[in-house]
Design a binder for this molecule. Structure first.
Ligand code: AKG
Ligand code: FE2
Length: 348
């Protein structure tokens, strides 16, 4: 039984966020987030209507289309021991035509970094299948994101990680969205990871240092070496689980020693004044936004950055960008009763 029960007056955004958590029975996930900086939501809650399997199928199709080869889930041969390449770029195997002027994705001064720590990273997947909008608007995910970042949280990017057997750990880092240390205590970013295959140490699970969201800074130098941090633990969970962590938490990934593939989708959020990794303003195909709003409600437009005003370069742009954003903000506020303009309130 939570010390503060669900409330009926939901005009206060903090109380409203807590109400959402209680209605979903996710009080212990919030306790995990506060105490340890991360939480695992089990498939019973995180995976409605076989959503994880539908995402996996969509991603295998996307990979086949983009790379000309269907990923080998059983052996992981298609993704094994890939070279360490730039995050945004593709390597020799994944997207051969894009192979040009590449630099390593993560610093090579990290001992043991002899191959790619993440295999294939597939970016900009959102438009390829409607299952990704469903995953974005999944109530348990949004309840935790709202708890961390408020009702005005926006999607920074959504992408897939597909990793076969490899030798390199992914180094420890934070997802604090480029904030310099020391960090403010409250979250400015949150990472949500859908596990589409089982995560175990052998399967190359994400690693986390419990409680590190309270360190107030990012790891530097040798602190980034996973093998040297005896406080790091694997985040283990069944396919269909959802892992959420506070942007300030120190995390990494273990190398995969087992055959097969580790597949996950990350849904990364930040506060609305931060520059997102992926740009959704003016990019969503005609009719798709309206369809999503009809299906998921007006918050989907806000989450997809439509309430944000992009950088302008003319007087006219400033005026028309603002008017456009206002339209989405008003529609959301009218239906939800949430006031997202109260910028001093961390839960706004
Ligand atoms: O591959 C992993 O599990 C680590 C991923 C990561 O750093 C992230 O999702 O922010
Ligand atoms: Fe990360």
């Amino acid at each position: 039984m939570a010390a503060v029960p669900a409330v009926t007056d939901t005009s206060d955004p903090h109380e409203r966020a807590w109400n959402d958590i209680c209605e979903l029975g996710m009080e212990s996930n919030v306790a995990d987030l506060d105490a340890h900086g991360f939480t695992v939501v089990p498939p019973e809650l995180a995976n409605p209507n076989g959503m994880a399997d539908r995402m996996l199928t969509a991603l295998l199709d996307i990979a086949e289309k983009r790379n000309g080869e269907r990923p080998d889930m059983e052996t992981g041969e298609t993704h094994a021991y890939q070279p360490n390449m730039l995050f945004g770029a593709k390597n020799d195997r994944f997207g051969r035509s894009q192979l040009k002027d590449q630099t390593p994705a993560v610093a090579t001064n990290n001992p043991g970094l002899v191959d790619s720590p993440f295999g294939d990273r597939m970016h900009s997947i959102f438009y390829d299948d409607p299952v990704f909008a469903e995953a974005l608007m999944n109530p348990p995910l949004l309840a935790l994101v709202t708890y961390l970042l408020g009702y005005s949280a926006v999607l920074s990017n959504m992408g897939c990680w597909m990793k076969g057997p490899n030798k390199s750990n992914f180094p420890l880092h934070t997802d604090s969205g480029g904030l310099p240390s020391p960090f403010p205590a409250q979250a400015y970013a949150a990472q949500c990871t859908y596990l589409l295959t089982d995560f175990t140490r052998e399967n190359g699970a994400t690693a986390i240092v419990p409680g590190s969201h309270k360190y107030g800074r990012a790891p530097v130098g040798r602190e980034t070496i996973l093998a040297e941090n005896d406080k790091a633990i694997p985040i283990e969970g069944k396919a269909g689980s959802l892992v959420v962590w506070h942007g300030n938490a120190w995390h990494a990934a273990y190398n995969r020693t087992a055959p097969g593939l580790r597949v996950s989708v990350t849904v990364y959020f930040n506060r609305p004044f931060m520059r997102p990794l992926e740009n959704f303003i003016g990019k969503i195909p005609e009719g798709m936004l309206e369809e999503m709003v009809a299906k998921h409600g007006p918050r989907v437009a806000m989450v997809l950055q439509q309430g944000c005003i992009p950088g302008y370069s003319t007087q006219g742009d400033r005026v028309s960008f603002t008017a456009k954003a206002e339209k989405y903000i008003e529609a959301y506020e009218e239906v939800s009763g949430v006031n997202t303009r109260d910028k001093d309130n961390p839960f706004h």
